[in-house]
Design a protein around this ligand. Structure first.
Ligand SMILES: C[S@@+](CC[C@H](N)C(=O)[O-])C[C@H]1O[C@@H](n2cnc3c(N)ncnc32)[C@H](O)[C@@H]1O
Length: 400
């Protein structure tokens, strides 16, 4: 590398991945891991590209007033799980508001951006779904900037029912496991990437291997959100915190607003039915579109007795019909051009978009704008405190 491997820099902003942003003397942008905006730091450069550099703060010469000591002891042990542990909870929320606003301005190129409303949620013990790496039968996480497994005494963000399984469980020959717990039901499910043989966990925990799932075994747990019980199978998506699922339901309901009694709606990327089952009334005609067979099977159980038609399909292959409102909650890559064209073909007056990535939100907002949809509001629901991940509920409406 031509550049000096260590630079003294002053950071001025925050990037989508949670790194602070600085500028090198020659004008190139430097993304700095382990720093906050408005800090003077020594940066060890690890990557040098034509347009930007990337590095890690090795010394904080002038700290931000918002810097705190990490609440989690595992950060000092090298855990790579939570990149925002160095910022106060209020400042984390402010940084995420900046990340979303910047994305809408720079990627979405929207002319009018509404003020982003933030909904804070508790910062510890919240995660009801965690993915762990297994080494010698013990669950842990990967170290920062490495694939090396590290043992975890206690994860600050994991729900206590999940923490117990990280601390005390033995997972035999598995190399990765997914732990899911029901905060309201107390039910626990562990999916091992290979076989569940040899696992030793408390007797209430269901452990299943991917091999058994492939052979046709069904395994699930339940959670309660919006006073309803949700069946969630090993192969189905569900939000990673119970209070967060409730907050999303509240925000989506508010964004949908009052509907005529016989309104028609689509719940795209509907999962196990969380929005279809909570946002609409008994006379509304709702169609849920979801590609994953396991989720559709759960939705059938969860939405029994409701006026919801289930369509197992990719959104990109679904045939749009006229609707009053569309809810769409895509995976990280967002809607994209194809799905946006289909949504526009419904002629829905209101589109509510749930996004788990700020850049995807910005791209989708721009595509929706070209179809005549105006961005009315963006609410940032803080599903993932201590990390830079953003989750937003945005309302778009057709301008008359
Ligand atoms: C972020 S989750 C949202 C699920 C649900 N709205 C909820 O809150 O529980 C996205 C869902 O979209 C589904 N999915 C991903 N890509 C899809 C596609 N192209 N077409 C239809 N469904 C898709 C996934 O299986 C997953 O259930």
């Amino acid at each position: 590398m031509d550049e000096s491997p260590t630079l003294e820099l002053v950071t001025h902003g925050v990037a989508k991945g949670g790194e602070a942003v600085a500028r090198e003397p020659d004008g190139r942008v430097v993304f700095v891991e382990g720093a906050l905006p408005d800090e003077r730091v020594m940066v060890e450069i690890s990557e040098s590209k034509k347009g930007f550099l990337r590095g890690r703060a090795t010394e904080i010469l002038e700290p931000s007033p918002h810097r705190i000591d990490p609440s989690c002891a595992e950060v000092a042990n090298g855990c790579g799980g939570c990149d925002f542990q160095i910022a106060s909870p209020e400042h984390q929320l402010e940084l995420k508001r900046v990340i979303v606003t910047d994305a809408l301005e720079r990627i979405g190129k929207l002319e009018q951006i509404p003020d982003i409303v933030t909904v804070p949620l508790p910062a510890s013990g919240y995660r009801t779904a965690v993915r762990c790496v297994v080494s010698d039968g013990q669950a842990g996480y990967r170290a920062r900037r490495s694939h090396e497994p590290i043992n975890i005494d206690s994860c600050y963000v994991a729900h206590p029912l999940a923490n117990e399984l990280i601390q005390t469980g033995y997972y035999g020959t598995a190399s990765e496991i997914s732990i899911r717990v029901g905060a309201a039901t107390g039910e626990r499910l562990v999916v091992a990437d290979s076989s569940s043989l040899g696992a030793q966990v408390p007797s209430d925990v269901v452990v299943v291997g991917e091999d058994e799932l492939k052979a046709g075994r069904r395994a699930w747990m339940h959670e309660i959100v919006a006073n309803q019980k949700w069946r969630i199978s090993a192969g189905s998506f569900f939000q990673t915190r119970q209070d967060g699922a409730q907050a999303l339901v509240d925000e989506v309901r508010e964004a949908v607003g009052e509907l005529p009694p016989d309104a028609r709606a689509f719940d795209l990327y509907g999962g196990v039915g969380l929005f279809a089952g909570t946002v609409f009334g008994p006379d509304h005609h709702v169609v849920l579109v979801e590609q994953n067979a396991s989720s559709v099977a759960d939705a059938k159980v969860n939405l029994e007795g409701r006026n919801v038609k289930l369509v197992r399909s990719k959104v990109e292959g679904w045939s749009p019909k006229r609707a009053d409102v569309v809810i769409a909650d895509p995976a990280r890559q967002g809607l994209g051009r194809n799905a946006v064209s289909r949504i526009a073909a419904t002629d829905a007056a209101v589109v509510v978009l749930v996004s788990c990535d700020a850049a995807s939100l910005a791209r989708d907002a721009s595509l929706l704008a070209r179809k005549g949809y105006h961005l009315d509001s963006v609410t940032l629901v803080d599903l993932f405190p201590m990390t830079s991940h953003t989750e937003t509920v945005s309302r778009f409406s057709v301008q008359m």
